[in-house]
Design a protein around this ligand. Structure first.
Ligand code: AMP
Length: 214
């Protein structure tokens, strides 16, 4: 099974992808995560991508498509993939078709999380994660049970993404509207798109996704 999770930044793609990984043994392929890892490791790709990411703009199609191809090649042929944050432009959608076809894969579902942009800004600017285990938290919606201590691993260091500030978030949303939303019709024409209310409680969103892929 190969699934695209589509939706603006903060729509909950990462959270839902994690749940699909746990329940179905799929592999989450997040180009944002791959790029952040490249930035952290100081690779040539990371050096090129950092300023673009910090500004909330899109990294070049060739770079992200190469990352996705490499990630698929590192997987077993029978393991399904969840594409999280990719494709984000029409050329990336075209590349993904070719990348999948070359590996004998096809897309089963495109799941679009519909959300309200102003609510998203609040969601995104309040989020932070445990620096040790990556568990996600939120200033307003999900604080650790004991302040300053991670519920999952007991760690005491937390971090925020540098691009999770309001100005950059607005730019990322404008990028989504201008470049990513227009790829939906490509998949609508294939009859594989499901629209899900991304403002619903997280468990309801998960249930709706489960119903689509069942
Ligand atoms: P994300 O974690 O998906 O919100 O991505 C964070 C940032 O990484 C984005 O704002 C872009 O700068 C870059 N990025 C991630 N995925 C892509 C992609 N598919 N195409 C272009 N840029 C991307």
């Amino acid at each position: 099974m190969n699934i695209i999770l589509l939706g603006p930044p903060g729509a909950g793609k990462g959270t839902q992808a994690e749940r699909l990984v746990e329940r179905h043994g799929l592999k989450q392929l997040s180009t944002g995560d791959m790029l952040r890892a490249a930035v952290k490791a100081g690779t040539p790709v990371g050096l090129q991508a950092k300023a673009i990411m910090d500004a909330g703009q899109l990294v070049s199609d060739d770079i992200v498509s190469a990352l996705i191809g490499d990630a698929l090649d590192a997987m077993g042929p029978d393991q399904g993939a969840i594409f999280d944050g990719y494709p984000r432009t029409a050329p990336q959608a075209t590349s993904l078709d070719a990348i999948l076809a070359a590996r004998g894969r096809r897309l089963n579902h495109v799941i679009e999380l519909d959300v309200d942009e102003d609510a998203l800004v609040e969601r995104i600017t309040g989020r932070f994660t445990c620096a040790s285990c990556g568990k996600g938290y939120h200033d307003r919606f999900e604080q650790p049970a004991v302040a300053g201590t991670c519920d999952r691993c007991g760690g005491h260091d937390f971090k925020r993404r540098p691009d999770d500030n309001e100005e950059t978030v607005r730019t990322r949303m404008a990028e989504y509207r201008a470049k990513t939303a227009p790829i939906l019709p490509i998949y609508e024409a294939q009859g594989i798109v499901a629209h899900i209310d991304g403002m619903a409680p997280m468990d309801d969103v998960t249930a709706a996704i489960e119903a689509v892929i069942a």
